[in-house]
Unconditional design. Sequence first.
Length: 232
Amino acid sequence: MTTPSDARTAVLARIRASIGVTGKEPLRRAAVADRLAGRPRGVIPETARVEGAARLAAFAEKVVTTMASFEAVATAAEVPMAVAAYLAGRNLPAEIRHGADPRLASLPWSGTMLAVSTGRSDGRDPVGVSHAEAGIAETGSVVLVSGPDNPTTLNFLPETHVVVVDAADIVGGLEDAMARIRARFGAGVMPRTVNFVTGPSRSADIEQKLLYGAHGPKRLHVIMVGVGDGGG
């Protein structure tokens, strides 16, 4: 039986034969390699070109327009108390789970009344805490990469998701976020999954009524660390 892969191979072979190429010509391969290495950028909108304090302000504003909540703290040491206050203010369980990310593991959680666990979520955790790789000022999105440091299950299974992001990691647009990820991980070792989270999960598929938590957390709270750093 012919498979889709076999059919595709046959079609491509006929196309190459008709134009007299094999796909192995040095000049053609070099052109493809240059294109991949260069990663030419498309048109970048004005909203993604903001810098410094304006970039941080744009990010904060966009986060709120996505129906998430936002706060900024001066230092990472303030994060545990900020998380505890956020949960207490909404009468949510004082239980959190985060991954192995050293930026979270090293925080003074013991100075709060929070019950802290680590590792992947099995769906029974009320609150997940993640550290974002970047934040995007253009859209208010947080960029989360998969792995044991920040398990993807924490992004979607708990009803409440708290995301910590450094002010120095706030970028203008999507292209800047991807460039940052490539620079950190390098070719061949990119994370398996990159999630761009923009506000809490919501859907209006049923009778056009907006429902939160349809496919993920009902609440998203973003904590930006390093007020005044001016962005990356």
